[in-house]
Every structure is written in C-alpha cells, then in structure tokens.
Design a protein around this ligand. Structure first.
Ligand code: GCO
Length: 463
C-alpha cells in the first residue's frame, strides 16, 4: 500500500454512479448492462415500488451541456473532488473485445472539464452495471469475470491514468451480489418476495463475492503493472453490527457473524491480503463447493489497495432469526428516526474509523459515500427554496464524526456526500431522493436544497 498524497488537501466532494445519473442508455455505441435488462426487460422496479422506472434517461449527465451546468453547481458548492463511475458497457459494449472510442471520449471530456473546474475526478470502474452479455454468461460467478474485469481495467487505466489519480475498482461488491442480484432473481422468479433471502442464496453468492475480491486484486495488479502514480482502492459498504439485545448471546454471535461476512471478509482481503476462514466456513455450510484455493490466496496477498473507500450510511441491528439467511435478521432498529438506509447513528461511523485505525494499520480512508434521504417530510418546497433539515442534520453530525476520528489519528483523506443530485435509486427508482440538489425528473431542472448551502458554507469554513 502506498500512502502517497499525504500532502494533498482534504477532499470535500460528492459521489454518483453511471447508471444512476447518465441516461444515454443507447447513445453512441453504448452496450447494455444488467440494469438495462432489469429495468426495461424484467422491470423489477414494478415489483418493488409498483412503478416502471429505468435509468434510460436518469438525470441526463451523458449530455455535455447538462453535465457542464452540473459542474458549475459543483464549483459553486466549493467541491475539490467528485466521484463518478464509468459505465463498463459504454466503454466495452460487449464487456470484452472492441473498445467504444465514443464512450472513452465522453469520459476523457468529463474528466478534463472537472479538472478545469479545479475538481479532482475519482473514478469508479464498476458500480453494478455489469455488461448484459457477460451477465448472461454467469457474471461474477464465472471465473472468467476476473480476466474480463482486468482487461476492462487495463483499458480504463491506459485511457484515463494520465489525468485521474484516484481510482475505485469496485463499488460495494457485497450489496451488488447479496442484495441487488438476489432481489432481481426473486422478482424474476416470483417464488418469494423480492427481499426474502435464504441461506442457500447466500451460500450460492459466496463464490461470486470471492471472484469480485480476485477481480479487485487483478485490477490493482494491472494498476501497478502500468506504473500509475495515483491511488487505487475499493469502496466497501461497511456496517457496524449492533446486537438487538446486547445481553443475548445469540444476538451477539449473530452480529459477529454478519460482521465477518459483510465487513471483515473484504477488509481482510483488500488491506491484509488474507481470507478469513471462519467466514468461508459460515458460507460454505450453505455451499459445500465454496473453497478458496492457495493460488487465489496468493493473488489477494500480493495486491492490497492504497486506500479504503468507506460507504457508510448506518449500522445494522442484528438478532437471531431461524427463518433468516444464515439464521439471523438484520436491519434498522424499529423504534427510531430512520433515513432510507437506516438509523441516524454518526457515532457508529466514528467507531468504524477507529476500528480501521486500530485493526487494519490505519490505512488511508476516503468516505466514498455518506448521505441520507427521509422522504417527502424532508423535501419541503417553499417558493424557490427546498428545506431538508433532516438531511442537513445528518450530514452535519456525520461530518463531525469523521473530523473527530481524523483528529484522533485516523488517516481520513476525504469525505464525499451521496449524493449531489437526486438520481435513480436502483430498485426504488426515482421514489427516493438523496440529493443536496433537487432534480425535476421530467424537466431535468436542478434546484439546490438547504443542505447544499450548508455543505457550501461548511467547506468554505474549513481551515
Ligand atoms: C449504495 C450505492 C449507491 C446508492 C446509495 C443510496 O451504497 O447502495 O453505492 O448507488 O444509491 O447508497 O442508497
């Protein structure tokens, strides 16, 4: 791991993802992703929110006029960094083979326009929009996916490595496989509620998760091979696990077990270069074929990341539940104010950052996602203003938690809000707003909310 960029100013930014913002789903040679199929073919948003939403247009950032106006809002906000993702099928329409130069040209222009505005680009290579043709060949469950991803990463690093110095290989591998793909599978099969997962499904997804960690290692190795000077990392969904009953041995054990599966497994792999065998055994109990050969362990051991991207929203509250996957149930505590992604617990983010400091050698950390949506109660239109006090309070308290951990020695390098703009929220479509800027999805009109002014003033007040 290289700890370079220690003299770089703290990154104050925001984050997004290609399928959630770009639109232009058939423009200029772009190929299809699994999400184009999920929303246009299997229409899973109808199964979850009862409406047919797609990312075909999203918030139109594939349009250069649109994104240049958006960059002006970023500049006025005072951002010095912006995280976005690259659409794999926009660059490699079939996922492998021929490069779509129009797709690369779009990202080169976008990066150059960010740089011209004094905003550092943070490029995520994969944020769930797996090429549809490769998904049909097994996606991450096909061991060839490691080579597919390495070859894609090689194209990206060669094309953008001269102007992007912070790359994220993968966004939230666990959520991609153990939540979104399973929801799509359940919605498609109709055999159970979209969110009703089973231990067998968890066991079946485990090899795919291992392949994602191998793909990360392969991409890190390619980054090193190309001798690029920047930093490469991964963005993990990290959830502090809290037993519902802190006195109950079962709940305590369940929380520890889920911490192993969701947090410790990827953290050990990408930071320590090791694979926790207790987690392999937990998942292997539901998939006897799941094992980690020595050669895989060697690839992981040789390719640790330069920084860890922390996607934090909320802790999980865990209890034993024989009917749940791995014999547990996890989610938000029933009796408190909850944002869409869980309860408002900034202290859990503080504790998580101290855990990374103490248990993982104090790696460079970028908060690659943190933010909240609370529904219409927190999107109050008032003339030209839009009041979102709950989001503003959430951001204030979580930024305080980050700066507190930083003051206590955690090597935090940046904080990126999810998200600058309201956008396509996956299976919830356009029904969940996370933006500091309101988007009218019909007219594409942008309207800054109160949280935008809060974040602008906070950034301006930084030493
Ligand atoms: C995630 C994804 C984002 C979501 C965001 C809000 O963390 O699930 O990275 O794409 O849109 O987190 O739920």
């Amino acid at each position: 791991m290289n700890h370079q960029n220690t003299t770089r100013p703290f990154l104050w930014g925001a984050a997004s993802a290609a399928y959630q913002v770009e639109g232009g789903w058939r423009a200029d040679g772009r190929g299809l992703s699994k999400w184009d199929v999920f929303t246009n073919g299997e229409r899973i948003t109808e199964k979850v929110v009862g409406a047919h939403h797609t990312g075909n247009v999203a918030i139109n950032t594939y349009d250069p006029v649109q994104y240049r106006n958006d960059i002006a809002l970023m500049r006025d906000l005072g951002l010095n960094a912006y995280r976005f993702s690259l659409s794999w099928p926009r660059i490699l329409p079939d996922g492998t083979g021929a490069v779509n130069t129009a797709g690369l040209d779009y990202y080169r222009r976008f990066v150059d326009d960010l740089l011209a505005a004094g905003i550092a680009p943070i490029a995520t290579l994969y944020h769930w929009d797996f090429p549809a043709g490769l998904f049909d060949r097994g996606g991450w469950h096909n061991r060839d996916s490691i080579d597919w991803f390495r070859d894609y990463a090689a194209v990206v690093f060669e094309a953008l490595g001269d102007r992007v110095d912070t790359f994220v290989t993968l966004n939230e591998p666990f959520i991609d496989l153990f939540l979104m793909d399973l929801i799509a599978e359940n919605a498609r099969s109709g055999e159970r509620e979209p969110f009703a997962f089973t231990s067998e499904q968890y066991g079946r997804q485990a090899p795919g998760m291992h392949n994602l960690l191998l793909a990360n290692a392969a991409a890190v190795g390619e980054f090193r091979r190309q001798g690029l000077s920047g930093m490469v990392g991964i963005a993990l969904p990290l959830y502090p696990m809290i037993p519902i009953d802190g006195e109950d041995a079962g709940d305590i054990a369940a929380a520890a077990q889920l911490d192993g599966v969701i947090n410790r497994w990827p953290l050990d792999a990408v930071l320590k270069g090791t694979v926790p065998d207790d987690v392999v055994a937990t998942l292997g109990a539901h998939n006897p074929a799941f094992a980690i050969p020595e050669a895989d362990r060697a690839l992981i051991a040789a390719n640790s990341v330069d920084f860890i991207g922390v996607n934090y929203y909320a802790p999980m509250f865990v209890e034993t539940d024989e009917s749940g996957p791995l014999g547990m149930a996890a989610g938000a505590n029933p009796d408190e104010v909850k944002a869409f992604n869980g309860p408002v617990r900034p202290e859990a983010l503080h504790g998580l950052l101290l855990r990374l400091r103490d248990d993982y050698g104090n790696p460079p950390v970028i908060i690659t996602e943190n933010g909240a949506g609370f529904g219409d109660i927190d999107e109050v239109h008032d003339g030209d203003a839009i009041h979102d006090p709950l989001r503003t309070d959430y951001l204030r308290r979580h930024i305080d938690a980050v700066l507190k951990a930083k003051a206590e020695g955690a090597d935090v390098r940046g904080y990126l809000v999810w998200s600058l703009f309201d956008n396509f929220e996956w299976i919830q479509g356009y029904t969940r707003r996370f933006g500091m800027v309101h988007v009218d999805f019909e007219t594409q009109t942008r309207t800054p909310k109160d949280s935008y002014a809060f974040y602008r003033d906070l950034i301006a007040a930084q030493p």
